[in-house]
Design a protein around this ligand. Structure first.
Ligand SMILES: [Zn+2]
Ligand SMILES: [Zn+2]
Length: 166
C-alpha cells in the first residue's frame, strides 16, 4: 500500500514536469523532440544527483541514442525552466539534480573522493528560511559543506598508522 502510494506520487510528478516542460518549449518556440522528453523523464525517475557522463550512459542503457550535443542543449533548456538544478561542487565537478518539488536539503561534499551526500536537517532549514537579512530579499540558497567522509577518514587513518610503523 505504502509503496504504491509512493509510485503514484512519482508518476504524477513525472506527468507534471512533462507538462511544465511542454509549456516552456511552446512558449520559447523550441522543438518538441522525443529525445528531450526522454531525458527529462529519465532525470525524474531517480532523485539522486548525476553528472553528464552518467546521464549519457543511462540514456544508452535505455536504448535511447542521443548525441552529447542534444544532451547538453536539452540540459540547458531544463536549467532555464528550472526543472533541473546545477551544482558546482568543485572546479571540475558539476552535478545536476531534479528541482521541481524537491525537498529542501543541503549537501555534504568529500574533498578527498568527491562523493556528494544529501543532508537534511530541519533545524538548519528553518533557521535559514526564517533568517531576515537587512535590505535584501532572499529568493533561494544553496548550502555546501565540504569535508572528509567517513570512508576517506578511515583510509587516511590506516595510511597514517602504516607510515608510523615504517
Ligand atoms: Zn570521501
Ligand atoms: Zn541534492
Amino acid at each position: 500500500m505504502q509503496e504504491s502510494l509512493v509510485m503514484d506520487k512519482e508518476n504524477k510528478l513525472r506527468e507534471l514536469v512533462k507538462q511544465k516542460f511542454d509549456e516552456y518549449l511552446t512558449a520559447h518556440k523550441c522543438r518538441k523532440t522525443p529525445e528531450r522528453y526522454a531525458i527529462l523523464d529519465l532525470i525524474y525517475s531517480d532523485p539522486k544527483h548525476f553528472d553528464m557522463d552518467s546521464l549519457y550512459e543511462a540514456m544508452t542503457d535505455r536504448n535511447f541514442r542521443v548525441s552529447r550535443a542534444t544532451l547538453y542543449n536539452t540540459m540547458q533548456l531544463l536549467l532555464d525552466c528550472r526543472l533541473v538544478l546545477k551544482h558546482q561542487f568543485g572546479q571540475n565537478l558539476s552535478f545536476y539534480e531534479r528541482a521541481y518539488n524537491n525537498e529542501v536539503h543541503h549537501h555534504l561534499i568529500c574533498t578527498s573522493c568527491n562523493k556528494v551526500v544529501e543532508y537534511k536537517d530541519a533545524e538548519l532549514k528553518t533557521l535559514i528560511q526564517n533568517k531576515k537579512i537587512k535590505q535584501f530579499t532572499p529568493v533561494y540558497y544553496n548550502l555546501y559543506i565540504f569535508g572528509i567522509c567517513n570512508i576517506c577518514a578511515r583510509n587516511l587513518k590506516k595510511q597514517q598508522s602504516k607510515s608510523n610503523k615504517n
